[in-house]
Design a protein around this ligand. Sequence first.
Ligand code: PGA
Length: 258
Amino acid sequence: MERRKIVAGNWKMHKTLEEGLALVTEIKGIVKSECSGKTGVILCPPFIHLSAVSRLLDGSGIELGAQNCAKYQEGAYTGETSAAMLHSTGAKYVILGHSERRQYFSEDAAELRVKIDIAQENGLTPIFCCGETIEQRNAGNHYHIIEAQIMGSLSGMADSAMQNLVIAYEPVWAIGTGVTATPEQANEVHIFIRNLLAQKWNPEIAAQVSILYGGSVKPDNAANIFAYPDIDGGLIGGAALKARDFAEIIKAMDKIQG
Ligand code: PGA
């Protein structure tokens, strides 16, 4: 099984409904006329826009993802959104463990594992994020931190569940800062993660899991980052809010696939 190359847009808490639909319309148009279709394209708008975006994406080949899900199946949890609800809108993916969720909503490894399991049980593929802070990197601790995040949430997962998972390496110091990891820095960590998967699961799983890079990916640096074969695409924040920028990043990945 060939692993997929993916460019996913994480809108975070941006865009009103009207703005969001205008953005989707524009992205859809450019993807249709300029992209090869080789790269998997995923849009992750806020929960409230999922249904409307899903309808607009129908037939476009662009897939839909959410940015989080509840850690409960259903019940009296005011304000929460379940994995089953997300799936019912047409979402196929859910971002879990983003550093902003870890930092501002105190999500830890154990809670993330619960969410990963619930997401998969309800037909969603988790895009599981990991990454170190600048202090951790400067202290030379980044490999240790990334291994702890991955094993803390994925340990013991069946091979079949691992095949239904995407990993995103997002160094916290590169998110929304305009400071990108160098392609070499990103590649080193991607190789480390793939080796970890080979060691803790097996080489087939390691070869099958798509590992995306996230953190200030822009049209002008995407090609250099994606040039490394262990970097299977990107999780894009700021640049996913501009149709032209997002499309150029998709095109950079299309081009690498020839
Ligand atoms: P950024 O965000 O591209 O704006 O750095 C990436 C992310 O947080 O997923």
